[in-house]
Design a protein around this ligand. Structure first.
Ligand code: FES
Length: 146
């Protein structure tokens, strides 16, 4: 079996929603200190809906495919739904990632969460802090979970 699914290859070769949103309502950036990869997510939010989303990822193919798929999954969705997106859901939507690449999908989950938190903070919107644990992208535990 090929190491990477066709969907991973497709989203790596033709990533959706690449770019930046100049007047973004929320921006989230996370990194993984171990591999050095960085992911940045920009959100445009209208009436609680993600009207637009773009990303810039300086990272491996799996991180790029994960960013692309994650942005597709949250576009047009309410913030509450985007907050529920897990890295496992992103990996499943890509028809799986190799175990040692699961941490790449974690970056996507954390970057989206961080961008939503940024939006809440900038707009003085109250939220449950428990929903926003500190990103773990720079720790080693995601490697151990793999
Ligand atoms: Fe670091 Fe993929 S190897 S995000």
């Amino acid at each position: 079996m090929a190491l990477y699914s066709e969907k991973v290859m497709d989203h790596f070769n033709n990533p959706r929603n690449v770019g930046i949103i100049e007047d973004a309502d929320g921006v989230g950036e996370v990194g993984n200190a171990r591999c050095g990869d960085i992911m940045k997510i920009y959100l445009k939010i209208e009436n609680g809906i993600i009207a637009d989303v773009k990303f810039k990822t300086f990272g491996c193919g799996s991180a790029i495919a994960s960013s692309s798929m994650a942005t597709e999954l949250i576009k047009g969705k309410p913030l509450s739904q985007a907050l529920e997106l897990t890295n496992k859901a992103v990996a499943e939507a890509l028809d799986g990632l190799p175990a040692h690449k699961m941490h790449c999908s974690v970056l996507a989950e954390e970057a989206i969460r961080s961008a939503i938190k940024d939006y809440y903070d900038k707009n003085g919107i109250a939220y449950d802090k428990a929903q926003f644990p500190e990103p773990h992208g720079d720790e080693h535990e995601h490697f151990e979970e793999d």
